[in-house]
Design a protein around this ligand. Structure first.
Ligand SMILES: C[S@@+](CC[C@H](N)C(=O)[O-])C[C@H]1O[C@@H](n2cnc3c(N)ncnc32)[C@H](O)[C@@H]1O
Length: 359
């Protein structure tokens, strides 16, 4: 009989969801910030066991959600037999009272009568529908919550998720809420704004020295700058954009976090002294935003040349682009050395997060 992976009685492993392609950066954050043991990674998912499980899991920045792992399996059959297993595993495998106790110690206490909610996600072709999986999952959960709790469609105190992806399924009790994914500072959105976890990953990959200066020459709504300020409120930051509307959005988003310098400028000609910036992290417009590949190649060439001028010797630059060839050609003209290249899936499009060092 197929057995799911079952957490040992004494401690719960957890899993975190992130943007596909960021697993390695997320795993590194888990190891460094929580002294976690990373058990495995799959697309957009990291399974880990933190040294101590407390509220500090909610401070992670490169993951969008964190769960207690209730059960997991890599051996789904894709047939309707799976449904029986979902029900049985959900009913029998987790130590439910202990899981709810851990949840209570991490999440703020509910106001009034506690509520719960079930989420079933399914990717891939299976011989059953998502609604069938949801029904089996709900059956397995029958009687697991105290009788006084009620089901809620929105803003429930407690959420249990079943995520099915091909032959794998994980079931978890959600420890995070929507603010982990969306952050509280993000008041203003621009259409091309970055997902905060991606901006946080860029800040980590920049490896900024403690008193180092970070520049985002095309800062849009300021997500990269915000992620730096969130981990170091006194950080010295410089940001700018060609568009006054972007600068206004950045100002609003950064208000609660700190005081970066925000300037209206053209990133191809920065009003900044040569050799004065320790790190650059930015995401220039993607080709599909400008529409013309030649325009993108020329913009990247000039932005990279200017970035090279303002960086200190051995400074680092982190770029997120979709037009990777255009960026690599531009980096070659200034002889930057590539340190890292991650392929991310953002809104279904491949994007590349690259880290460069000035030689
Ligand atoms: C993809 S968006 C950046 C999004 C930003 N990281 C965020 O999270 O909101 C690219 C930005 O580059 C700006 N931009 C385009 N060309 C520019 C140039 N020559 N100089 C400065 N900014 C420019 C655009 O106005 C836009 O805000």
């Amino acid at each position: 009989m197929v057995r799911p992976t079952r957490p040992p009685e004494s401690s719960f492993p957890c899993y975190a969801l992130t943007v596909p392609g960021l697993e390695k950066v997320a795993a590194q954050e888990l190891e460094e910030e929580l002294e976690a043991e990373v058990k495995r990674t799959a697309e957009g998912l990291v399974v880990f066991r933190p040294k101590r499980l407390d509220k500090s899991v909610l401070q992670l920045r490169t993951v969008e959600d964190v769960f207690l792992l209730l059960w997991g399996s890599d051996r789904l059959t894709y047939r309707a037999d799976d449904l029986e297993l979902f029900e049985r595993w959900t009913a029998r495998e987790p130590d439910w009272p202990k899981a709810l106790q851990v949840h209570r110690s991490i999440r703020p206490p509910p106001r009034g009568r506690p509520t719960f909610h079930l989420v079933t996600q399914m990717h891939g072709e299976h011989g059953y529908r998502r609604a069938d999986a949801a029904k089996a999952f709900a059956k397995g959960l029958a009687g697991k919550f105290p009788e006084s709790w009620r089901y809620a469609e929105e803003n429930a105190d407690c959420e249990v998720w079943l995520t099915i992806d091909g032959a794998s399924a994980v079931c978890g009790l959600r420890l995070s809420d929507r603010t982990m994914r969306h952050r509280t500072y993000k008041q203003e959105h621009l259409p091309a704004s970055l997902r905060p976890v991606v901006a946080a990953a860029m800040v980590r990959l920049a490896r900024l020295p403690h008193h180092g200066v970070l520049l985002d020459p095309m800062c849009g709504a300021g997500t990269i700058l915000a992620e730096r300020l969130a981990v170091q409120p006194r950080a010295v930051l410089l940001g700018g954009d060609l568009e006054p509307a972007a600068l206004l959005a950045a100002k609003t988003n950064l208000k609660s976090l700190g005081q970066p310098w925000l300037v209206r400028w053209d990133a191809r000609q920065l009003p900044i002294r040569s050799g004065s910036i320790d790190r650059i992290a930015t995401n220039p417009p993607f080709g599909r935003q400008l529409g013309d590949p030649e325009q993108i190649a020329s913009l990247y060439r000039r932005v990279v040349r200017e970035a090279d001028r303002v960086l200190v010797p051995e400074g680092r630059a982190v770029f997120l682009v979709s037009d990777i060839e255009a960026l690599e050609l531009a980096a070659r003209t200034v002889k930057w050395k590539k340190q890292e290249r991650l392929r991310l899936r953002l809104l279904g499009h491949p994007s590349y997060l690259t880290v460069w060092s000035k030689t």
